[in-house]
Design a protein around this ligand. Structure first.
Ligand code: ADP
Length: 376
């Protein structure tokens, strides 16, 4: 995903040292956040329930102010300003459409509260309906629309006030899976058409990956990692991010030998596992480290067919489960003590010579493809 973004444009957001506590300091919902969201970006704030996502959104919106810290929109500190002055708009999960007003009136209503003339309100509503392709539904009531069309109306109603920033709180969580995926695409298209900054809160990793230019992963009021979706996915900084983003196996071990930019670590088994590292790390002997290995980077080899090829690292493990997934086969292994170690084997390759539960195999990967995490 490429897009024109700048860090000082009108819809650029900056959170600096933001803290929010409740109950006289007993609960810290947001615990010292620094974050820059470029103008025109699609930012997804991701994390489990209770980690502070909605609180961040409400503070950007202006429904709440931080206990400490600054919030800048377009370079201007907005703390203390009401939402209208901040030029932010919020779209809720429920859409909150007026059931007795048709699409045109639902959209135009947002301007009425701003004291605009009737003719101007309707002119703008027509324009907005064209932008979000709702023209043919202008006369329909919300009850006569699909879930997706209702979402478009809710977005149009938020966007017509010309906000610099649109805030979306779990906008897709009320929909069934099929519709959720369809609406995800719509949201992305609308964001590009409108060209404004979106900040979208979700606890669904797939949603964040699919939509975001910038993914922000949170845990207990803190940012664990922020970056482009692909970077956060392929280079998680620690086990929490790796497990939350999914698709990775995490292996822990102690450094046994160090040689240039290669080391070996020894995990649960006694076999040395080769690890590549770069200038960001200084490894020490006996230090505990963790590496992330993608499920789709793992190749399963039968030990009787020879040794692990040069350039590959491997762990010997037993197959504990096999699930057919259509385009790949999910093979679960007992290489780690806690969560299953998983290999995604392309379905054609798997069925050339299917493996069985109980077999002991090598789970192997290119040494260069494993990712040494910064914080073990
Ligand atoms: P999320 O959106 O990630 O689920 P929230 O931002 O809603 O998380 O909440 C973060 C934490 O702050 C939670 O522990 C929640 O109970 C607490 N919290 C949120 N709002 C309030 C409030 N108005 N009063 C007291 N505690 C709150």
């Amino acid at each position: 995903m490429t897009m024109q973004t700048t860090s000082s444009g009108r819809g650029a957001i900056e959170l600096a040292g933001v803290v929010k506590s409740y109950d006289g300091g007993e609960t810290t919902a947001v615990d010292g956040i620094n974050l820059k969201i470029p103008d025109g970006a699609y930012c997804c704030v991701l994390g489990p329930s209770g980690c502070g996502k909605s609180t961040i959104l409400r503070m950007i919106a202006g429904h709440e102010d931080p206990t400490h810290g600054e919030i800048l929109i377009g370079g201007e500190n907005v703390v203390g300003l009401p939402p209208v002055k901040r030029r932010t708009a919020m779209m809720f999960q429920s859409y909150a459409l007026f059931p007795h007003l048709n699409v045109r009136d639902n959209i135009a209503y947002a301007l009425r509260v701003r004291g605009m003339s009737r003719s101007e309100r309707y002119r703008r509503a027509e324009e907005m309906m064209a932008t979000v392709q709702l023209g043919e539904f202008a006369e329909r009531l919300p009850g006569q629309l699909s879930g997706g069309q209702q979402q478009r109306v809710a977005l149009a109603r938020a966007a017509i006030t010309e906000p610099r920033v649109l805030l979306l709180d779990e906008p897709l969580s009320a929909l069934d899976e099929h519709l959720r995926i369809q609406m995800r695409t719509e949201l992305a298209t609308m964001q590009k058409n409108l060209g404004i900054t979106f900040v979208h809160v979700t606890h669904t990793q797939m949603e964040a990956i699919a939509l975001a230019d910038l993914v922000v992963v949170m845990e207990r009021g803190k940012i664990k990692q922020a970056g482009p979706a692909r970077e956060v996915y392929i280079a998680p900084r620690d086990r929490y991010v790796a497990e939350f983003m999914g698709g990775q196996n995490v292996l822990r071990g102690k450094v046994r030998t160090i040689n240039g930019v290669r080391a070996t670590m020894v995990g649960r088994g006694e076999e040395p596992i080769e690890v590549a590292f770069d200038g960001r790390h200084r490894l020490e002997k006996d230090e505990t480290i963790e590496i992330a290995v993608r499920r789709d980077d793992i190749e399963l080899l039968r030990p009787e067919k020879g040794k692990v090829p040069a350039g590959k690292a491997a762990v010997s493990s037993r197959i504990v489960g096999i699930e057919y997934q259509g385009n790949f086969v999910k093979v679960m292994l007992d290489a780690t003590d806690d969560v299953a170690f998983i290999a995604f084997v392309p379905e054609r390759r798997f069925f050339q010579d299917p493996m069985k539960v109980g077999e002991v195999v090598y789970a192997a990967w290119d040494v260069e493809h494993a990712h040494l995490m910064i914080e073990p």
